[in-house]
Design a protein around this ligand. Structure first.
Ligand code: NDP
Length: 256
């Protein structure tokens, strides 16, 4: 029964050297997929690739800056030739944040955050469409955020980029259903990664986060990657267009 296997499938996971992306690479490879990943730092990428190879995972990688159009184009060219024009899985994971009051964002900061978080994932979907279609069975997963679901104080531009991602999830799910491509979005609350390390190192901040979280702790990258893998498995073949929060209950918490 192939419902719980990714054997024979190909995947692109953006930003796989740390945090959630790193966990997703290992999860998908563990289910048998062949994975390509990327980041901006060659040395860190090489170290990851060596480690994965020693664990028996089939992972390749290339350096690119996904905030740039050319970086995205090069990445998809590499993926297309590595996987002979077929891609089953696209995980749009790269994203970053810069927290400040709404009126303080410069035009450059606005453009950088939208390019890194939203435009890059949108453009990668455009570039990957024919590869996903020719694979016969495609799955796209956006790593969004609860900041695109409810209002949190993480920064308005970040929230807008994730909200846009959530709407694109619904549109592509409908537009690409005929190509047998499913499109879903995973929306985490605080997950212990390099992106939020400094924030969570502040005890008062962490206590405030935990106080809003029914499960009374922050999440770990593996608790996100398990859902991402499920959304790529044939076992989830009737699920598309959904935005699923991985948040310890935060988004449904009224009073606890
Ligand atoms: P990290 O910053 O820990 O890891 C980000 C990864 O992406 C790294 O591998 C990084 O490598 C790579 N990356 C970043 N920018 C670029 C770029 N321009 N081009 C290519 N690669 C890039 O982040 P997380 O794992 O925490 O976050 C992953 C996703 O999850 C993001 O979209 C984030 O918004 C989302 N998320 C995270 C939450 C959290 O609490 N951690 C909560 C909600 C959502 P390098 O820097 O070397 O390029």
């Amino acid at each position: 029964d192939g419902r719980w296997s990714l054997q024979g499938m190909t995947a692109l996971v953006t930003g796989g050297t740390r945090g959630i992306g790193h966990a997703v690479v290992e999860e998908l490879a563990g289910f048998g997929a062949v994975v390509h990943t990327c980041s901006r730092k060659q040395e860190e990428l090489n170290a990851c690739l060596r480690d994965w190879s020693s664990k028996g995972f089939r992972v390749t990688g290339s350096v690119c800056d996904l905030s740039l159009r050319e970086g995205r184009q090069n990445l998809m060219d590499t993926v297309s030739s590595a996987f002979h024009g077929n891609l089953n899985i696209l995980i749009n994971n790269v994203g970053t944040n810069k927290r400040k009051p709404t009126i303080d964002y410069t035009a450059e900061e606005f453009s950088f955050l939208m390019a890194t978080n939203f435009e890059s994932s949108y453009h990668l979907c455009q570039l990957a469409h024919h590869l996903l279609k020719s694979s016969g069975m495609g799955s796209v997963v956006f790593i969004s955020s609860v900041a695109g679901v409810v209002a949190i104080n993480s920064g308005t531009v970040y929230a807008a980029s994730k909200g846009a991602m959530n709407q694109v999830t619904k549109n592509l799910a409908c537009e690409w259903a005929k190509d047998n491509i499913r499109v879903n979005s995973v929306a985490p609350w605080y997950i212990r990664t390099s992106l939020v390390k400094e924030l969570l190192d502040d005890e008062v901040f962490e206590r405030n986060v935990i106080s809003r979280t029914p499960l009374k702790r922050v999440g770990e990258p593996k608790e996100v990657s398990s859902l991402v893998a499920f959304l790529c498995l044939p076992a989830s073949s009737y699920i598309t267009g959904q935005i699923i929060s991985v948040d310890g209950g935060m988004t449904v918490n009224g009073f606890y």
